[in-house]
Design a protein around this ligand. Structure first.
Ligand code: HAM
Length: 435
């Protein structure tokens, strides 16, 4: 037997339905906020992610899947969505027709991390990127979209943590004081932090190894080094958040793991014990230099991404199943070969009309077919034997009311539609009919 690679998983059965439902809710929320879908390649030229030799993020330095294709091109499986969207924005000159591009994406990402609950090597992200505006209000729109999604999924106990990394001038002033501070404790810093001290001292604040040491607690805080513009901008973000009935916490140590951020950064955490350290379900921030770094015009951007596995795990653990049960409109029990052939025709008519149906292709006993109808949670069970077939009749049981009757073989579709219409629910969940 060949096993799946470490850090990957298969999705099937009810779980696959939950994925579809989650994706459906996400698309609806994106429509509410007027974000358009963008689909970019799963692999990109390596330079899209490995742009800056001074990048200190774990994702870029340690976790990417890099490979050469047969023509010796350097390629990388995307570890996140933002850089690929930015590359596409520049390459397709999206800024020409859409001065503000509001985009969303969903799909697999790849990071060579140590797998554990809520952390995989192939995982899925839903992300949004709003490109072209530096308004603090669009930062708030992105956070609000995330919060709306969480509400739509029925999740509670979510905390928004937020901070501002300021503009370049503010960060440069702050970096100097951080270097002064942490240089005094060089002998106590882990090897990653020693490297960060040289390249990006802000990232030291993100260190999981050194975090609890005393000299961390006494480190200077960024808010004391924001210039007037950055301070005012952050205040506007917080004021706008106040108006949205959203609870948030300002966390001056929040710097985020990726190097492209400036001004607003944020994380959404859920309070679910089983998550352990992986309780951040979504995160994002502003990045005003990424587009120009990728060769495009100076274009500000802000975005956010959620881990779909973590969203599903959180909904699962909080008892929100997303899909209650498998449900189809009709299950057909056919007794004998002729009845089975006729059933295929009837099901075709029903399906074209937008009603979901199934039958037993293993030709089991009457008892086992009834069990299957039950298992599929069919609203109606139809039973067709030779006698009924010869009389152009079929037996039906309404599993909601337990009513049983015999109807004309030609009335199967209208029988169901009439009953469902009375409930004002002609074909729940079926887009074919609605169109
Ligand atoms: P990130 O914080 O690296 O940000 O990832 C966003 C989310 O993806 C995390 O909060 C987490 O839920 C999920 N995630 C990350 N790694 C894994 C993993 N190995 N297994 C399962 N889930 C994972 C970004 O990726 C940025 N591109 C977000 C962004 C968009 N910033 C601006 N625009």
């Amino acid at each position: 037997m060949i096993s799946k690679p470490k850090g990957t998983y298969d999705v099937y059965g009810l779980e696959a339905k939950r994925w579809v439902k989650l994706e459906d809710v996400i698309r609806r929320v994106c429509t509410l906020f007027n974000y358009q879908e963008i689909r970019t390649p799963i692999f990109e030229s390596s330079e899209v992610f490995h742009r800056d030799v001074n990048d200190t993020s774990d994702m870029v330095t340690k976790e990417t899947y890099d490979f050469k294709d047969r023509s010796d091109r350097g390629l990388t499986l995307r570890p996140e969505g933002t850089a690929g969207v930015a590359r596409s924005f520049v390459e397709n000159k999206l800024y020409v027709n859409y001065p503000v591009s509001k985009l969303f994406y969903m799909g697999p990402m790849f990071r060579y991390e140590r797998p554990q609950k809520g952390r995989n090597r192939q995982f899925n992200q839903f992300g949004v990127e709003a490109l072209g505006s530096d308004s603090p209000l669009i930062d708030v729109e992105v956070i609000s979209l995330g919060a709306t999604l969480i509400r739509a999924l029925g999740l509670k106990d979510v905390t928004v943590k937020i901070n501002s990394l300021g503009d370049e001038e503010s960060r440069s002033a702050y970096k100097n004081v951080l270097i002064n501070h942490f240089s005094k404790y060089k002998d106590q810093l882990c090897s990653d932090c020693l490297n960060r001290l040289e390249k990006n001292p802000l990232r030291i604040l993100d260190c999981k190894v050194d975090r609890d040491k005393d000299f961390f607690k006494t480190a200077p805080k960024i808010n004391d080094y924001l210039n007037d513009y950055s301070k005012k901008r952050f205040e506007t973000v917080l004021e706008a958040l106040d108006g949205l009935d959203l609870s948030y916490e300002v966390d001056y140590n929040l710097v985020r793991g990726l190097d492209y951020y400036c001004h607003t950064v944020f994380e959404l955490e859920v309070d679910v014990e089983e998550f352990g350290a992986q309780n951040v379900i979504g995160a994002g921030g502003r990045y005003d230099k990424l587009i120009s770094d990728l060769g495009g015009p100076q274009t500000p951007g802000v975005g956010m991404a959620f881990g779909l596995e973590r969203l599903l795990l959180a909904t699962n653990l909080s008892g929100k199943k997303l899909v209650n049960e498998d449900q189809i409109h009709a299950y057909f029990i056919a007794l004998g070969e002729n009845a089975a052939k006729e059933t295929v025709k009837i099901m075709n008519v029903c399906r074209i009309g937008g009603l979901s149906c199934d039958m037993d292709y293993l030709s089991g006993s009457l008892k086992s077919q009834f069990k299957k109808a039950d298992k599929n949670n069919a609203r109606f069970t139809f039973i067709l034997g030779d006698d009924e077939l010869n009389n152009f009749k079929i037996n039906v049981k309404d599993n909601l009311t337990d009513e049983q009757e015999t109807i004309s073989l030609y009335d199967v579709y209208t029988y169901m539609i009439n009953k469902l219409n009375k409930e004002n629910n002609p074909c729940s969940g079926c887009n074919l009919k609605k169109e």
